[in-house]
Design a protein around this ligand. Structure first.
Ligand code: ADP
Length: 371
């Protein structure tokens, strides 16, 4: 018995944490020798004092509440962080864990472990500072992109409207007329490029995730594309899709980009047949947008997500930014996007998204199918 008591004692004395016994009012009854390493005091200097005296005034309330909870509510352990005054007068961050002995034994005391967490707190403060700096710099970049886009649109509008007037009012050789039309087309392409670049630049702007019904997001995307779908004769069918955690505007934009690509490239000679499905995999969903087009060769499947990479003819309108936007959006919520395809056998664009938790929020699968 004596040996095991001695073993215990040496365990406590050699612990890297400061270990103390306190009563229900917070009065220190015992302090281990390791207290000196963390707080600078000899244990005898602390016995009889109230442990809350050493806590920073701003952290005293929550520390006092934690001790009260330990006395009256919790038979187990409680943990909290607070600044504790060192003997040299400086405060340092300490993680305290209190284990309540009151419920288990006759002993009217609680054990408190105190660990120096200065390094962890410094790392947390640094990473918070980095995150704030990144958010500020993203905002500055976005403002710059908006201003640049606005300033670029003005001269473009002037070029196309003056060339259009020239075309109307001047007799031109067919060749010259053709060249003037190229100018108008070029200005229109550049205007689309500016819109897409702006969309790409603003994609990283963080928005807190909400509950999004994907069925509604796809319906909104197809409605936005109604004209293009109608003209091409494409057929869009949608299975029952889940409710997920995400941002509705971003998800509509993602479906719009994928479905509009499927309309443009999906059908080959025939009108495209586009099918949207969802499959649950653990806590994620894999959403697929499949078409019956020419497909994408394996060596190009990663490349098409790079900004400005296009595999198609220049006659097909586009800027090569749509899939880059999709990738940025999906990665923003920690998901993955990829292509399953073989040349000549259609393409399936797949992405993952976190499922909404089941419960009072309602069913995982939204009702309704087909567009
Ligand atoms: P854009 O459509 O403006 O060219 P995207 O970034 O959306 O730009 O697509 C990049 C390229 O990927 C397209 O130019 C096209 O060659 C190819 N692509 C995209 N979607 C499909 C698809 N469903 N089927 C075949 N090729 C596709």
């Amino acid at each position: 018995m004596a040996t095991s008591f001695q073993g215990f004692r040496s365990l406590i004395e050699n612990s890297p944490d400061a270990i103390s016994l306190i009563d229900t009012q917070g009065k220190i009854l015992y302090g281990s020798a390791s207290t000196t390493k963390i707080l600078g005091y000899d244990p005898e200097e602390l016995v009889g004092r109230n442990c809350l005296e050493l806590i920073h005034p701003e952290d005293r309330d929550h520390s006092s509440r934690a001790l009260q909870d330990a006395v009256y509510e919790s038979p187990g352990t409680l943990q909290w962080d607070a600044r504790v005054r060192h003997k040299d007068g400086k405060y340092s961050w300490v993680e305290s864990t209190v284990s309540n002995l009151l419920f288990e034994s006759e002993v009217q005391a609680m054990v408190v472990h105190q660990r120096d967490i200065a390094a962890r707190r410094a790392a947390e403060v640094e990473s918070q500072r980095h995150a704030e700096e990144l958010a500020r710099s993203n905002l500055r970049l976005e403002e710059f992109a908006y201003t640049a886009a606005h300033d670029l649109r003005e001269p473009l509008r002037a070029i196309s409207s003056y060339v259009a007037i020239l075309l109307q009012k001047t007799q031109m050789e067919p060749n010259t007329k053709q060249m003037a039309k190229f100018i108008v087309d070029g200005a229109a392409r550049m205007s689309t490029l500016i819109d897409d670049l702006l969309s790409f630049a603003s994609t990283g702007v963080h928005a807190p995730p909400q509950r999004v019904d994907l069925q509604r997001a796809v319906a909104q995307a197809t409605q936005n594309l109604a004209q293009a779908i109608k003209v091409s004769g494409a057929l869009v069918t949608v299975d029952r899709l889940p409710v997920v955690r995400g941002n509705e505007i971003h998800l509509v934009r993602l479906f719009q980009n994928l479905i509009s690509n499927a309309v443009k490239y999906g059908g080959g000679e025939e009108p495209a047949e586009i099918h949207v499905t969802g499959e649950q995999r653990g806590s994620d969903w894999v959403i697929r947008v499949a078409d019956n087009g020419l497909g994408i060769a394996p060596e190009n499947q990663a490349r098409v997500f790079i900004p400005f990479i296009r595999l198609s003819d220049r006659d097909v309108p586009g800027t090569g930014l749509g899939l880059a936007v999709c990738k940025k959006l999906v990665e923003e919520w920690g998901g993955r996007i990829w292509i399953e395809s073989e040349l000549g056998a259609g393409s399936t664009f797949c992405f993952t998204i976190v499922a909404e938790e089941q419960g009072i929020l309602g069913p995982m699968l939204a009702d309704g199918a087909g567009v």
